[in-house]
Write a protein that binds this ligand. Sequence first.
Ligand code: ADP
Length: 414
Amino acid sequence: MNVLVLNSGSSSLKFQVIATDLERIKQYQDDRICRGEVEDIGGEAIIRIQYRAEPSRTLTASLRDLPATLEYLVRYIASDQSGIHEIKSSTDIHAVGHRVVHGGEQFKESARIDDQVLKGIEDCIDLAPLHNPNNIKCITAAREIFGKDVPQVAVFDTAFHHTIPEQAYLYAVPYHLYRRHRVRRYGFHGTSHRYVAFRYRALRGLTRQQTNIITFHLGNGCSACAIKAGSSIDTSMGMTPLEGLVMGTRSGDLDPAIVGVIGRKEGMSASEVETLLNTQSGLLGVSGLTNDMRELQAELKEHDDRRVRLAIEIFCYRAKKYIGAFLAAMNGADAIVFTGGIGENSPDVRARICQGMEWAGLRLDAAKNQELIGREGLISTADSKLLAYAIPTDEELLIARDTVRVIEGVPHPS
Ligand code: ADP
């Protein structure tokens, strides 16, 4: 089954076509046909597409919105010009899997999209006003292009966290705010945490039940997840993706009174402060330079800039605090797993986060840590009691697999 996987943002669309089915899933023989992304939708868009191991191609086209982008993309993939032999027409795409950011309390697992599911995703717009509308646009556009006979599946960022217990998902605010407005922790990056947990247990030959780990997804957005007996029991992101770790442009945890203080002192409304905390803070806000960790590390090496150093130190210190918090929440764990652009590629950040954790039995192997960049493997020493792994995430693969499993009616392991 050729599954088109779509991950839509406000002005971007990431996509992959993955051939997979139940047998291939069992044999780990999913076949990635092509992948790419479209940026600057709404103007002169840039389309990058890579077919198997061939060099990536870059195209440009004037694409006014998401539906136009998807139509262009499907036409291009199916054209002779693309050279993608497996897809000769849009009928060679057999299913579509969508990353959907917010599934609220309703969606506890991936779901085949029908009118009722679409309505459910619409009901969650309130919870993710920046994300769910794009996901809905993308689903509607795919329905138009492929027709109702091509099954579509929604895979939710929040679903993996539905096992978090009440004591961890409720905030200590008047309870009626939960009843009236569903104010609670939902958590995000669920597909990524779930994928690396699955890889961890495959690497160690463990069962779900034996999986007790703390996962760190460190990308542009960052979150930590406490996974006990294979299930998420707590996570750092909250009702929105603003809470928790320091991120590229997001502050993460802060004293909630600061919102009022900034508002009064700077003459800003609550929603303006919220925007500032989401888009002007984090690594960018502290360094005053960039939200990009790689650039910050290069800058630190070259100029040893104080604010750049501070941004990196705050980022790592705050991540480290979550190891302590989650070790306590879980009554101990067996491993820490790093993933996401930073977690996969930055030995320096991993080392800073794990520094001084010998008391908890965690010892990084400096050479292994340095060596494992963009590859999966163990980065702790042989005598480390708390293990550490770097595992590249693959949300698209999990979305393709869930799409198959939902269509075939096989319940997926969470
Ligand atoms: P997203 O969360 O948008 O999927 P990514 O997972 O691609 O983002 O992560 C992007 C982050 O990863 C950026 O801050 C980038 O600088 C960082 N990153 C990528 N490669 C490296 C590297 N070699 N060293 C340090 N940081 C890196």
